[in-house]
Write a protein that binds this ligand. Structure first.
Ligand SMILES: [Zn+2]
Length: 463
């Protein structure tokens, strides 16, 4: 397939630029804020626009209704004897308010090579990039079936995704999945996550009375639920180091391999950038490798908020009757959320039996593959497009849809992300840029060619 030489792909991407920008403008200017009921119609409009974009690129499409926002599936089918790869992106976005936006968030603004607007990098820009890459691969006859799965509820935790793909698993059958919704560590080196942390939400409630009481008349004898929760939390976790003190908490954590540590050292991460990107004044540790291990490969015990007692101006001398702490643990591969909940429950029962522990949202961690033909194809395509092999790192956050696709479609999931830290995921002034879109089109087209060349059997047997 000579049309897949680097020069061919680069000149295709270059010539497709005006069309790409027009498509991105169209989709970014639909404010598909999935969390906001006022935008329900816009989310549907984004889904319908996505369908028409897929159709005009030559795909067969279907819009699946769910209990919430719809789900879009598109397919470029070439034949049953070819392998099928499904590209996952989401087209819903985070809300965009506040005084920090320098341009209107739902106006697509092109500033040189930069594209500004909510959703440009998360995840509409990468979605359009993958589509343009697929369009080329299809037009050049790559022996592969390319499907698109575009979700519109990712930013609200994918509440209907798994049920919908389960009910339509036959239509959505695929040999592998590639997700483009992740961020490189720095522009200098492509990075692919090979694992995501999971999450276990928890709530601690303590009630010791019925109403506020005067600390002068009852203080000293009365139990104070805020103080007791603070003590309990300090027994669970060392506030300064973050070390979890619950016995057995780290029992299933697998230490990183030599290769993983090597990849971390070469991924372009610096403590300085990390502090700047997150506006931190100081950190628990200052060593880059230690920071990466902590944010990607270690579990956490985090207190998100403690509520209870007086919060107003001045000092009101009451003893509150109840207090609540909202807590969660980020989990790493091999950790079982249910086991962690039991561990925490048992520990708290011993320390303070009056505290009620409720388990909230749970999501296991995801461990990806860094070896085998698909990982090699990712490596090859990234190097082909960006000039450097990617490092396999981890993501500290969780993408629920990834676990659902692996579970329901029984297909291995890989990542070909294109976003950069400076693009401002979920932040004001979100942006994407042409070098990443251009490289991304080349990478996707090349990845599809590689999957096609792997053939159906290789892809199935050795995924
Ligand atoms: Zn995203």
């Amino acid at each position: 397939m000579t049309a897949f030489a680097r020069e061919d792909l680069q000149s295709y991407a270059k010539s497709a630029r005006p069309e790409y920008e027009a498509a991105l403008k169209k989709i970014v200017e639909v404010p598909s804020v999935s969390v906001d009921p006022d935008h329900k119609g816009d989310v549907r409009r984004a889904a319908e626009l996505a369908v028409s974009m897929l159709q005009s690129a030559g795909a067969k499409t279907k819009l699946y209704e769910t209990k919430g926002h719809p789900l879009v599936h598109g397919r470029f089918d070439r034949g049953a004897s070819y392998p099928t790869v499904t590209v996952y992106n989401h087209l819903d976005v985070q809300p965009a308010e506040g005084p920090d936006w320098k341009t209107a968030p739902f106006d697509f603004v092109r500033d040189g090579d930069r594209y500004l607007g909510r959703g440009t990098t998360d995840d509409k820009g990468p979605a359009m990039t993958a589509l343009f890459g697929a369009r080329y691969a299809v037009s050049q006859g790559a022996p592969v079936n390319i499907h698109f799965l575009w979700e519109l509820e990712e930013e609200i935790g994918s509440p209907n995704f798994e049920t919908t793909i389960r009910a339509n698993a036959k239509d959505m059958a695929t040999d592998s999945v590639v997700v483009s919704d992740t961020v490189w560590v720095s522009r200098s080196r492509p990075a692919c996550p090979a694992g995501l942390r999971g999450l276990q939400g928890l709530r601690f409630d303590l009630q010791t009375g019925e109403t506020d009481q005067h600390s002068g008349t009852a203080g000293g004898a009365a139990r104070n639920p805020v103080t007791e929760l603070c003590q309990l939390i300090a027994e669970c976790v060392d506030g300064k180091t973050g070390r979890v003190k619950i016995p057995g908490f780290y029992a299933d954590v697998v230490p990183p391999t030599k290769k993983e540590l090597e990849d971390l050292k070469n991924c372009g991460f610096t403590v300085k950038d990390f502090k700047r990107d997150h506006l931190f004044r100081s950190l628990r540790v200052d060593d880059a490798l230690e920071v990466m291990k902590r944010i990607w490969m270690m579990p956490t015990f985090e207190v998100h908020g403690i509520a209870g007692g007086y919060q107003g101006p001045g000092v009101k001398t009451i003893i509150p009757p109840k207090a609540t702490a909202i807590v969660s643990c980020r989990l790493v591969p091999q950790m079982d959320p249910k086991k962690i909940v039991k561990l925490i429950r048992d520990f708290i029962r011993k320390k303070n039996p009056d505290v009620k522990v409720s388990a909230e949202h749970e999501l296991p961690a995801y461990e990806g593959k860094t070896e085998g033909p698909y990982a090699d194809a990712i490596r090859g395509a990234m190097k082909f497009a960006f000039g450097k092999e990617p490092v396999f790192v981890r993501e500290g956050g969780s993408i629920g849809a990834v676990l659902s696709m692996e579970r329901v479609l029984k297909a291995p999931v890989f990542f070909l992300g294109l976003s950069l830290p400076e693009h401002g995921y979920h932040a004001p002034n979100e942006n994407f840029d042409w070098p990443q879109a251009h490289g991304g089109m080349v990478a996707f087209a090349d990845y599809f060619r590689r999957i096609g060349e792997m053939g159906k059997k290789t892809g199935r047997a050795r995924g």
